[in-house]
Design a protein around this ligand. Structure first.
Ligand code: ACO
Length: 350
């Protein structure tokens, strides 16, 4: 018998490796969705009183009118809890039936332990494993892909997938270029290994650390631990190279949407609704224009919530659900892009 070492298999080309999804062994459905945004509203008028900006500038450059801000002491797991309870209730599933909790976030309650652990305790999800996933605005797509894989492969049967962030805790409210953009929120989906519910089809994801500096919290990690100096310099807040991110986002959005439809043998026209990461209305308009997608097929709620990073896609998904835009049979694409740099898309038959 040949040893593994003596018979190296032929390396697959990049094209072969990315052309087809691997067949899933079990079907996976979304049984429930939910979301939560904190009560406190931060309007453009409020921001006018804080930095040198105007409602007119913010609306024309971003499409944002207001965003929600967590109350003092209200952590990411608190926002996630309300979203999760709604999703579980709509799914008709008890928290004790969950096998795994996946929390996409860049603003965990603590560096250690994972926010998934806090959420597990608050929910009473006594049987669940769990962990956090940190891929900024593409976090939810990555978490959904992970949950889908666990269920399709038979590792677990029921998963809670969350996107939650309190970006207000990493925002410098003296920096007008970034502070107008961000808000807080959470969204959740309950996944089950089942042919019931909205069927999760496929995912495309990627990262490019070459663009890490474009969206970064410079301090607070192992490279530059917290110090008086880092606090004084606002190095624990998000720093952006907005114009560069803008160009990247438009290009990648078009690329991943084309990729996920083509490799599942759909045309772009077959997509009924795109639920994008809500970064900037102009990014979404430019991306839609680039792929020839009518704006009516692009779900937008950025005017009310701003950019909520990991929460943005599931918050919009629940909004679309509540507005009756997720009718049975619709082909829905989730598209994320952001810090990392990172990008990704998921395809779902509702
Ligand atoms: N109010 C008034 N003027 C402003 C503001 C503000 N809030 N912010 C910037 N300006 C000024 C700039 O100083 C500049 O002035 P200048 O011409 O005198 O130099 C002018 O407005 C134009 O600035 P631009 O950066 O060219 O504005 P642009 O049209 O690119 O819009 C924006 C900026 C909104 C940031 C846009 O580039 C964008 O949305 N980029 C992507 C956002 C992003 O990075 N998203 C990812 C976030 S990370 C995460 O989600 C975790």
């Amino acid at each position: 018998m040949d040893s593994i070492a003596s018979s190296p298999s032929k390396p697959r080309s990049a094209r072969e490796a990315s052309s087809r999804p691997r067949p899933a062994t079990r079907r996976v459905g979304i049984l429930g969705v939910g979301s939560y945004a904190p009560e406190r509203v931060l309007t453009n008028d409020d921001l006018e009183r804080m930095v040198d900006t105007s409602d007119e500038w913010i609306q024309t450059r971003t499409g944002m009118r207001e965003r929600r801000i967590a109350a003092p002491g209200q952590a990411t797991s608190d926002l996630a809890l309300v979203a999760a309870e709604t999703a579980l209730q709509r799914a008709g599933l008890a928290a004790s039936a969950l096998d795994v909790i996946l929390v996409a976030t860049v603003t965990p309650d603590h560096v250690c332990p994972a926010t998934a652990c806090h959420l597990q305790r608050k929910l009473g999800a006594t049987r669940a494993a769990g962990f956090d996933i940190s891929v900024a605005c593409t976090g939810f797509v990555n978490a959904l892909m992970t949950g889908h894989s666990f269920l399709a492969s038979g590792t677990f049967s029921n998963a809670l997938v969350i996107g939650a962030d309190t970006l207000s805790t990493i925002t410098n409210y003296e920096d007008r270029e970034s502070c107008v953009l961000f808000g807080d929120g959470a969204g959740a989906v309950v996944l089950s290994a089942s042919s019931e519910g909205a069927q999760v089809i496929d995912h495309v994801v990627g990262i490019d650390g070459g663009g890490a500096e474009m969206i970064i919290v410079p301090a607070g990690g192992s490279l530059r631990p917290a110090s008086h100096e880092t606090v004084d310099n606002h190095e624990h807040a998000l720093k952006l190279q907005g114009r560069k991110v803008f160009r990247f986002a438009v290009t990648k959005f078009a690329e991943v949407l084309k990729q996920i439809t083509a490799r599942n043998d759909y045309a772009l026209d077959d997509i009924d609704l795109v639920i994008p990461h809500q970064a900037n209305l102009r990014i979404l308009e430019a991306a839609a224009d680039r792929v020839g997608l009518p704006m009516e097929k692009m779900f937008v709620n950025i005017d009310r919530y701003g950019n909520t990073s990991s929460a943005s896609i599931p918050l919009a998904l629940d909004d679309a659900y509540r507005q009756g835009r997720l009718e049975r049979g619709k082909l829905v694409a989730l598209v994320g892009f952001g810090g990392g740099l990172s990008w990704g898309a998921s395809l779902i038959r509702w």
